[in-house]
Ligand binder design. Structure first.
Ligand code: G6P
Length: 615
């Protein structure tokens, strides 16, 4: 969703702001803008549509002088995506400019208050109220005006602010929406301060960043950054070293980030798993999970959105099968308003690639309010959710840029599998023999993923070439195949815009089978061996009604399913519990190639945002 970048330093600001915004494009946006202080004026350029429009208007930023400015990519919430509604927003009189992520919920009241006092608004946005309010309180003391204004804002905000009267100063302030700042004291980047909503925007210049907490204010100049708490007291903040490097956020020769990220999965899974397997035990002590941790709760609620939610569906099966812990997986946006019955013997597990998703964040807060313990299984280090979870298990997937999640999905699966195995081992729910078999399977998983990527790609591409012009596809599976099918259908929908729906294998006949007609495609991950015979019966039912079947199964089971499959993709033989990792690969590739053949914008699908910071 929206992205913020700010710069104040020795160099011309606008080209740096544009480069930073390019790095934030993956989050999803529909307009962009920047504002730079030039000769005592705030020069503002905005353009709806892609960043290239803004770059064209400014000759890649070179047409705008000035060394201090703010930029923004906007994903419309209040007001349609026009030039006027794009950020930065200026106060009447153009003294203050603001970029904003989040939603100011009381903006209508604030707007009425200011309009009654003669202030003229130009846009339909909630953000403009913040710019106008800061100006309203401004009497020469910028920090004081920002403090007064933000104390009246309700909702969520990360704000980057500049003022015509302070040509070398940026102000950053936040509540419930992430914001980071960084300073480079010399070196190749020269003297400069940066602010950004996301580390990827400024990774090129530095890896040492400071995360602002709710209520913090940072005052940035080219010489350094000063921090203040909500009461205006100067405070010290710690610097976090980001271990991703700028190259990790580049395409590295692949046509799309999504393809690159699919091919990164063997390495990612190795990174997630290897340091956590210690001989014949699973060791999650890096997340503060010691064996007695598993005595402190009786049930688990997994809370997540989108792909992370679908990873949670597999997690539920694992936690119940391997650890015998009653587990429920709940869409975070539903959980937060459901008046859930949980308490201090509940462990809330928050799954999130970004660690920023607003609904997951609020679900965490609700779980904590009700007394639950919390564990985040998260990719982005230091992200908002990790800072509020009691414990965090990082999945180490590195930056995921494509909107459609692939490597973070399988890495979330790995985090959940490790949790289930560790819990099963401590609670005695799995025998030592079974545990060592599971550990062996986990250790061989990266190689099997590597092998699948080599052997499945062509078959997935061929299947996509047969079906990419279909308008509707059904996915079926049972148990862990069902979990895999949910995410596989989600992938196809997100990037190819083909309608796709998943049913538990036994459920299709209770209504949806009426939609099956000759030529309808059914995709069936059929690799969870204990139930493939049952799933085969469900495949027979639709086959008998003219459906065509794309089946993904283990090599040793292929013979059995051949006669009912129009297309078959095989994955290496594996323990049934491991199968969702391996069925994911060809079905991600199937979605990728279907979208490619339809000519869609694979890395930035329409209407979607990578990081959803609104509810
Ligand atoms: C958005 C993205 C999805 C993602 C979901 C949850 O909707 O488009 O791809 O799965 O958010 O994101 P998270 O960062 O919490 O895993």
């Amino acid at each position: 969703m929206c992205g913020i970048v700010g710069y104040c330093g020795d160099e011309q600001a606008a080209p740096i702001l544009l480069r930073g915004l390019e790095r934030l494009e993956y989050r999803g946006y529909d307009s962009a803008g920047l504002c730079v202080e030039t000769d005592g004026k705030l020069v503002t350029i905005k353009a709806s549509g892609k960043l290239k429009n803004l770059a064209a208007l400014t000759n890649d930023g070179k047409a705008i002088n000035g060394v201090c400015g703010i930029g923004h990519t906007r994903w419309a919430t209040h007001g349609i995506p026009t030039d006027t509604n794009a950020h930065p927003h200026l106060s009447d009189g153009e003294r203050i400019a603001v970029v904003h992520n989040g939603i100011i919920e009381n903006f209508r009241e604030l707007r009425a208050f200011l309009e009654n006092r003669g202030v003229t608004f130009r846009s339909d946005t909630d953000t403009e109220a913040a710019a106008q309010l800061i100006d309203y309180y401004y009497d020469g003391n910028l920090i004081g005006a920002v403090q007064k204004a933000v104390s009246q804002l309700e909702g969520s905000y990360a704000l980057g602010i500049i003022c015509r009267d302070f040509p070398d100063t940026l102000i950053a302030v936040k509540k419930s929406s992430p914001l980071i700042v960084a300073h480079t004291g010399g070196g190749s980047a020269g003297y400069a301060s940066f602010l950004a909503s996301d580390v990827t925007a400024i990774l090129k210049y530095t890896r040492d960043m400071t995360y602002l907490e709710d209520g913090d204010m940072a005052v940035l100049t080219r010489r350094g950054i000063k921090f203040y708490d909500a009461y205006g007291q100067q405070i010290e903040k710690t610097v976090t070293r980001i271990d991703w490097d700028a190259d990790a956020a580049q395409k590295g020769g692949y046509a799309h980030f999504m393809l690159k990220e699919i091919y990164e999965q063997p390495r990612v899974i190795r990174d997630t798993i290897s340091s956590r397997i210690n001989g014949m035990t699973v060791d999650l002590s890096d997340a503060g999970i010691t064996p007695d941790y598993f005595d402190s709760f009786d049930e688990i609620k997994i809370l997540a959105c989108g792909t992370a939610y679908y990873a949670g569906v597999a997690g539920k099966y694992w936690l119940e099968q391997l650890a015998r812990i009653p587990t429920e997986v709940i869409v975070a946006s539903e959980f937060r308003y459901a008046d859930p019955i949980i308490g201090k013997r509940t462990l809330a597990v928050i799954l999130s690639q970004s660690g920023e998703t607003a609904d997951s964040h609020e679900a965490l807060r609700e779980a904590k309010r009700l007394g639950a313990k919390s564990l985040g299984i998260i990719n982005v280090r230091g992200s908002a959710i990790t800072r509020e979870c009691d414990n965090t298990l990082y999945i180490n997937a590195g930056p995921e840029i494509a909107v459609a999640s692939t490597k973070a999905y399988t890495a979330l699966l790995a985090g959940l599998y490790l949790l289930a195995a560790a819990a099963g081992q401590k609670r005695g729910a799995i025998s030592p023999e079974r545990l060592s078999a599971i550990i062996g399977e986990l250790e061989s998983l990266p190689d099997k993923l590597e092998y699948s990527l080599k052997t499945c790609a062509e078959a997935a591409q061929y299947a996509a070439s047969q079906y990419f012009n279909h308008s509707s596809v059904f996915y079926i599976g049972r148990n862990l195949d069902y979990a895999a099918a949910l995410e596989a259908a989600h992938k196809l929908k997100e990037i190819s815009y083909i309608h796709a729906e998943t049913y538990a294998g036994g459920e299709l006949k209770h209504g949806t089978i009426s939609l099956i007609e000759p030529g309808t495609l059914i995709v069936a991950p059929a690799a969870y061996e204990p139930l493939t015979a049952k799933l085969r019966s469900n495949i027979d039912e639709v086959k008998a009604r003219g459906a065509e079947i794309l089946c993904v199964t283990q090599e040793h089971m292929a013979e059995n399913l051949k006669s009912v499959s129009d297309y078959m993709i095989t994955i290496p033989d594996c323990d049934a519990t491991i199968s969702p990792f391996l069925t994911a690969v060809p079905l991600q590739l199937f979605a990728y190639y279907a979208a490619l053949m339809r000519g869609e914008n694979i890395d930035q699908p329409r209407n979607l945002a990578k990081v959803v910071t609104v509810e």
